[in-house]
Design a protein around this ligand. Structure first.
Ligand SMILES: *Cc1c(COP(=O)(O)O)cnc(C)c1O
Length: 424
């Protein structure tokens, strides 16, 4: 459920009509609903209410500091994968002891920064990384809480580019090596084992792969405990999927997911951490765009928008589907016809949808890409020198620009001409 609904034929974000935001901010623009973000966070929090837990929002899904502040103030922890994300979480006021540091390639500089500023735990992903962290922690006189991300060799049955838990993916250490690795950590100074970490992929629409992975984690917990390790925390990752098309079957909801967690690992008495990103932010944001032209092609008609692949890359990168809806509802019974919905960027990949049935818009008409809140703005770029897409946060009847669109001058002045090329 989200808070983007038609009211009087006009799509609103909560109580704000989207055309009002378009007039003030221009298009394209991302618009987020605070109520939806909070609702999704709360659903996860309630799904784990049966035991001690922390919902660590995966910052990479939508990392605007205002969004992090909203969720952090509600009690969320954060899962970060870089120093930049860590700094964003801290800038949003989230304390270090609610921030989990994940990621395949943490650098020594990143380790030093988060250790000096405070971190809840570091999820280790390789043996070289644990040796480096041991050295850094020892030099800093610290005893760092760590988990090891194990790769359970479970196929998440999701898109190739976002499956992370198969044995040939780059993430974590093979679960079969876990005993040896935990033994090595126990012998290293500066590291204190607190638990196990797993994350098998993103946009999972079936609970079975989660169940399979969590069962393996439960077995591993017993094994490692028997060998004398303290396993008191299980970080079970993120990955629960969202419905991208209204017409599709809805994937499992957080409550069902929480029940699977309870069934598989609830008996172990561990504190549970989860790292949802997409489900919290995905349906809490839309990308609003304007129609530039409707162009009749030889074999098909094109709807050319002022949003492009640089603003929303998911269709080009993952072949992802987004529902594209008019901001002002068409008259009932208006006829639809198929359009290829494209942006102005000079690549054929700059195609959002092919043969999408729509009521023919006119130039200037606004459309909204639904379910664009996660992996949308964060993956945007200025390709084709299109200034970075702005972000707007709505709460009730108020809205605020939380990242402004740079002016052309601002965009261009980030480049510098070397002295040896300058005219002067
Ligand atoms: C990407 C990622 C997440 C979030 O995944 P979602 O599918 O957005 O819930 C959580 N944990 C880790 C380690 C990740 O890489």
């Amino acid at each position: 459920m989200d808070h983007f609904l038609y009211n009087g034929g006009i799509l609103h974000a909560e109580d704000v009509p989207l055309p009002e935001i378009a007039r003030a901010v221009g298009t394209p623009a991302y618009v987020y609903s605070a109520a939806t973000l909070l609702r999704h966070y709360t659903l996860f929090d309630e799904a784990l209410a049966w035991g001690p837990h922390l919902v660590c929002y995966a910052v990479k899904a939508a990392s605007n500091v205002a969004i992090l502040k909203l969720l952090g103030d509600a009690g969320a922890g954060m899962d970060v994968v870089s120093e930049g994300e860590y700094r964003r979480a801290r800038a949003a006021g989230v304390p270090g002891d609610r921030i989990v540091f994940s990621g395949v390639g943490k650098t020594e500089g990143e380790m030093r920064h988060v250790l000096a500023s405070g971190v809840r735990q570091i999820n280790l992903e390789s043996e070289p990384e644990m040796r480096l962290l041991s050295r850094v922690a020892t030099e800093m006189g610290l005893d760092v809480p760590v988990t090891v991300r194990v790769n359970p060799d479970v196929d998440a049955k999701t898109h190739e580019k976002i499956a992370t838990g198969r044995s040939d993916d780059k993430f974590g250490i093979p679960i079969a090596r876990a005993r040896a690795v935990y033994a090595e950590i126990a012998a290293l100074p500066g590291l204190r084992v607190v638990g196990i970490d797993v994350h098998i992929g993103s946009q999972l629409t079936d609970l079975d792969p989660f169940r399979a992975a969590y069962r393996k984690v439960a077995d591993l917990t017993e094994t490692l405990r028997a060998e004398g390790h303290t396993i008191e925390r299980l970080d079970l990752g993120g990955g629960l999927g969202i419905p991208y098309a209204r017409s599709n079957l809805a994937p499992p909801v957080p409550l069902e997911y929480g029940r699977v967690i309870q069934e598989e690992v609830g008996h172990l008495g561990c504190e549970i951490e989860i790292e949802p990103g997409r489900l919290i932010a995905g349906n809490a944001g839309i990308l609003m765009a304007s129609t530039i032209f409707v162009k009749a092609g030889e074999t098909r008609d094109f709807l050319i928008l002022d949003a492009a692949m640089n603003d929303l890359i998911r269709p080009a990168m993952y072949g992802a589907h987004h529902d594209i809806v008019p901001v002002v509802e068409a008259a009932p019974g208006a006829e639809t016809r198929p359009f290829d919905v494209v942006g102005p960027v000079c690549e054929s990949g700059d195609t959002f949808a092919k043969g999408r049935d729509m009521v023919p818009p006119r130039a200037g008409d606004l459309v909204a890409f639904r379910s664009a809140g996660a992996y949308g703005a964060v993956m945007s770029s200025e390709y084709n020198s299109r200034p970075m897409v702005p972000e707007v946060l709505v709460q009730g009847d108020q809205y605020a620009v939380i990242r402004a669109r740079p002016t052309f001058d601002e965009m261009i002045s980030r480049d510098t001409i070397p002295e040896w090329l300058s005219d002067a």
